[in-house]
Design a protein around this ligand. Sequence first.
Ligand SMILES: *[C@@H]1O[C@H](CO)[C@@H](O)[C@H](O)[C@H]1NC(C)=O
Ligand SMILES: *[C@@H]1O[C@H](CO)[C@@H](O)[C@H](O)[C@H]1NC(C)=O
Ligand SMILES: *[C@@H]1O[C@H](CO)[C@@H](O)[C@H](O)[C@H]1NC(C)=O
Length: 358
Amino acid sequence: MGGSQSRVRHWHRLGHSAIPIRIALLTAIVIIFMSLRKTTTTYLEKVYYSATATDDNCSRLFQSGSLKWNLREGTSTWRPRDCELRYRSLNDSVKCMGTHGKSGKRRYIVFIGDSRVKQLRDGMVLALTGQDYDALADRTASVDPIFRQAHEAFQTSGSSLVAAGARLRFDQHEYLDDGDGGLTELIRNLTTADEVPSLVVLGVGAWQIRQCHRGRKPQNTCAQHYSQQFRKLLPLLQELAQTTDVLWLPQGALREHFLRDGNHVNAGFTNHNMIKYNNEVRRVLGSEQASTRKVVYWQSAWETSLMINDGLDGFHYGYNSKHVMTQMLMDWICHPYEGDPELNANRPNSNYCCMLNK
Ligand SMILES: *[C@@H]1O[C@H](CO)[C@@H](O)[C@H](O)[C@H]1NC(C)=O
Ligand SMILES: *[C@@H]1O[C@H](CO)[C@@H](O)[C@H](O)[C@H]1NC(C)=O
Ligand SMILES: *[C@@H]1O[C@H](CO)[C@@H](O)[C@H](O)[C@H]1NC(C)=O
């Protein structure tokens, strides 16, 4: 009793010394880990699905799982597959983009969707140039004014930026359509374009949830319509997938307690709704005919957004979740070209999730 009292007094005397700070930090970390565990298990039990485009090792990083950080070694493991996510330096990323493999073609990556998809494009720009465009993820993000001026046009839908020799394009589409809209036309265009994309990252949904909510319709009815629209688009996506890797980006997890203000509540933005719409796409893709190359449902993007859940405004990705997702994409893009021993020299025996299938 007396002992603990004197300890309390002792702390008091120390004021802002390092010990209480350390304990506070430790407590904060424990609380964060506990809440992570709670949310991930709550959601993870509900979803299980995996799909592969090619049958190589990289697809396991895009399947259901969770990231475990090893803070001491600065690594992270994707479980339950127990493989390591590779974080590439700016130099490694640039080098990978410059390695064009047998085809000799430059990388052409197309991002299609709403502002959250655009954030992934910005994540890729950051990884390849060191320039951060994305104030939605990081309020201190700043772009060199000269860089910004040179790439101003890149902010509009349909424009491209060449970074480290790779072409990055973003097309803004917030809604699926009934087979006759802009999104369908874009996918059709991409299948017949002169420059075939190496990768298409595509995901829409949140705006449809909002439209449904504001129209006072039941979300179940709207989700059914969304599912029908996706079914209509699928044959075109499958056609595209014969020449291009196609990743479907599920609607990311929200930071719900940040969204209590009227605007967002009125948007129908809840994780429950995000899951509902994601499940529709997953169900359609799960019933896809077995073929050699498929549209990949990027399950680990959802899980990353849920685990890290660091959005500043509750809706957009935060810096860290975007970083992990960008590195996953980078892994997908780079691993087939990294037979180059020089690139793997740092950690030759590592257990990376994405490895060249020799
Ligand atoms: C995955 O990688 C392991 C280890 O390199 C290899 O033995 C295995 O064949 C690979 N599997 C596939 C499907 O590529
Ligand atoms: C990155 O690449 C540049 C240019 O090739 C080089 O000057 C620099 O030393 C490299 N940095 C690291 C950390 O390897
Ligand atoms: C599709 O291609 C046509 C012809 O090049 C073009 O006019 C149209 O704007 C494109 N549509 C989209 C959505 O990119």
